[in-house]
Design a protein around this ligand. Structure first.
Ligand SMILES: Cc1cc2nc3c(=O)[nH]c(=O)nc-3n(C[C@H](O)[C@H](O)[C@H](O)COP(=O)(O)OP(=O)(O)OC[C@H]3O[C@@H](n4cnc5c(N)ncnc54)[C@H](O)[C@@H]3O)c2cc1C
Length: 237
């Protein structure tokens, strides 16, 4: 079919969420999304003059993208304050800078709010402490990616692919040192400087260009004022 010259095409994506369990109810959620999608398409084509006579539906995704699922609790729970205040942790092993983009709980089922209208923007970057990357009660378990120890709002920023990727590199480096010292993830804490240097010098994933091998503290490495330094003490969760 020849496309009209006023529209090259586009992508329609839906957000939906409810009280369902994203894992066990996955297929039901998929069915609801498909039903909603064809309802929207029916409206576009038949529900009024939308100028869509020559539009065609070329492709429909059948695997819903899961935005949020299980997160594990570590020795530190990163929250939105850490992010919005550009917190710099002494045991930082990763950093992020994406906005806190909270999606509306029920997606398109909430008729009063924009599905992704609750975004909080901020300047600068924040760090993620090593303590958010291992379980607080399973002694030999690391987390990496979207399942790290963060609150719902904290997760809204840390979930971004780049942040997940360099966090994964940090965890891989930490696992190397756990093997070297024959210790659990938590027991690696005294070796945090070695871990940070390893991430920097071997993986080049942690503040490339800004860190040097000779620096010893995160504060120095980041060259940020003391007032922006976060406490390294554990937060009870
Ligand atoms: C619709 C959508 C759009 C997004 N858009 C963006 C974007 O534009 N930019 C951005 O930066 N981020 C985006 N994100 C967020 C980002 O994609 C995710 O937060 C991120 O990819 C999570 O990475 P992860 O490694 O934790 O998990 P995943 O990428 O989900 O990787 C987990 C992997 O583990 C595999 N797996 C699961 N169980 C097992 C098992 N038992 N054995 C072996 N393998 C298993 C899975 O198949 C999967 O490949 C988007 C997310 C969604 C849902």
């Amino acid at each position: 079919m020849e496309k009209p010259d006023y529209a090259e095409g586009g992508i329609l994506y839906e957000l939906m969420g409810d009280t369902d369990d994203i894992i066990t109810d996955y297929e039901n959620i998929r069915d609801d999304l498909v039903a909603a999608l064809y309802g929207v398409w029916d409206h576009i084509k038949n529900g009024g003059d939308h100028g869509a006579e020559n539009y065609e539906l070329e492709w429909v995704g059948m695997l819903p993208g899961v935005r949020e699922s299980r997160r594990l609790v570590g020795d530190y729970l990163l929250d939105e304050t850490d992010i919005l205040e550009n917190r710099i942790f002494d045991d930082a092993v990763c950093y992020g800078g994406w906005n806190v983009d909270l999606h509306t709980a029920h997606g398109l089922l909430d008729l009063d709010r924009h599905p992704s209208g609750d975004t909080r923007y901020f300047d600068g970057i924040y760090t993620i402490p090593y303590r958010s990357y291992y379980s607080k009660n399973i002694s030999n378990l690391f987390m990496a990616g979207r399942n790290i120890s963060a609150t719902k709002l904290g997760y809204c920023s840390t979930r971004i692919i780049g942040c997940c990727a360099i966090g994964g590199q940090a965890v891989g480096s930490a696992a190397t040192l756990c093997k070297k010292y024959a210790c659990s993830p938590r027991a690696l804490a005294p070796h945090i400087r070695e871990l940070q240097q390893l991430i920097l010098t071997r993986e080049t994933a942690f503040y490339p260009r800004y860190l040097t091998r000779t620096r010893t503290t995160t504060q120095e490495m980041l060259s940020l004022p003391q007032s922006r330094t976060g406490s390294a003490e554990k937060r009870g969760v």
